[in-house]
Design a protein around this ligand. Structure first.
Ligand code: ATP
Length: 284
């Protein structure tokens, strides 16, 4: 299931979204994102349904981590827990050591369905501004944030157009620009490139790597595409079902910068995609 996301993730007061843990100190070894024994059960009593049983993995600052796993395993559920949209049933997810208990202000989300996440009656610029309104930024800063986010995705020229005047790939770029205009430190993406054609998908994957490099952003991507996961990631978290658990965290040891043709033709690329694929295909 993909999340049908409202256009904006509210950025609440940082204090209100993080469980207060005065004893927690950020050290060089504290992961940016820490998922520890996370479990999620929907419903209660006889109708309860455990989707995630015991997930543990970390994401370090500036890393790109991809999550792959069979359909229905609970990937979107995991992202909803990380985004503070669902409480974990047990275990915890934390940012810089602080337990996530609501939408974290340093996080932005991008989902697959740009058709439903962009407001068709608003121009591109107004789509970017809408989720920022509650920040009450000066007009000059709003403009600067929009201009630089649109420049980062190569859409400066489209700021006055409406989403329906743009191609699917351009609309997904707008969705990414809207996330960038938040100035998030952590970007979470749920099958972000699943609705575009193959060429656009390659372009958007490279945009994702550029964003990581330019903004030193920490990025977590759920994808069904194993080649995409290996191409993008520093590490791939392979989930098994059911309930969801981590089968293996695969370190992707491919040289940087990555390139759609050169990287994908490396023997190491083929070896790593085979490793991930065989983990997913392995009988449970
Ligand atoms: N709000 C909810 N209430 C009850 N069950 C839910 C809810 N959201 C998801 N589920 C169930 O949790 C399970 C995992 O769903 P989820 O969307 O997290 O999987 P997924 O791995 O993202 O799937 P896909 O790869 O097909 O998008 C499914 O059985 C789904 O029906």
């Amino acid at each position: 299931m993909s999340v049908r996301q409202a256009p904006s993730l509210p950025i609440p007061n940082r204090k209100s979204t993080m469980a207060q843990q005065p004893e927690t100190r950020i050290s060089a070894t504290t992961p940016r994102l820490d998922v520890a024994h996370l479990a999620k059960t929907y419903g209660s009593g006889e109708k309860s349904h455990t989707v995630i049983e015991d997930l543990t993995f970390t994401v370090d600052a500036g890393e790109v981590v991809c999550i792959v796993g069979p359909s229905g395993v609970g990937k979107t559920t995991l992202l909803k827990c990380l985004a503070g949209l669902h409480p974990a049933s047990s275990g915890r997810a934390a940012i810089d050591g602080r337990t996530i208990s609501g939408p974290p202000p340093e996080m932005a989300l991008v989902f697959q369905d740009y058709n439903r996440s962009l407001m068709p009656w608003l121009t591109v610029r107004k789509n970017l501004i809408l989720p920022l309104r509650h920040l009450k930024l000066p007009a000059a800063e709003l403009k600067e944030r929009c201009d630089s986010a649109l420049a980062a995705v190569g859409l400066s020229h489209a700021h006055n157009q409406y989403p329906w005047q743009l191609s699917g790939g351009m609309q997904q770029r707008v969705a990414i620009a809207r996330a960038l205009a938040y100035r998030p430190e952590i970007l979470i993406m749920d099958e972000p490139f699943a609705s575009v054609d193959a060429q656009t998908r390659f372009d958007l994957e490279d945009l994702c790597l550029k964003i990581r490099k330019d903004f030193n952003m920490t990025i977590l991507v759920v994808t069904h595409d194993i080649d995409e996961a290996v191409y993008l990631a520093d590490r791939v978290v392979v989930l098994g079902s059911r309930p969801a658990r981590v089968l293996k965290v695969v370190d992707v040891d491919l040289p940087a910068p990555r390139d759609q043709i050169t990287t994908r033709s490396l023997p190491e690329f083929a070896r790593q995609r085979t490793e991930v694929l065989s983990l997913i295909k392995r009988p449970a």
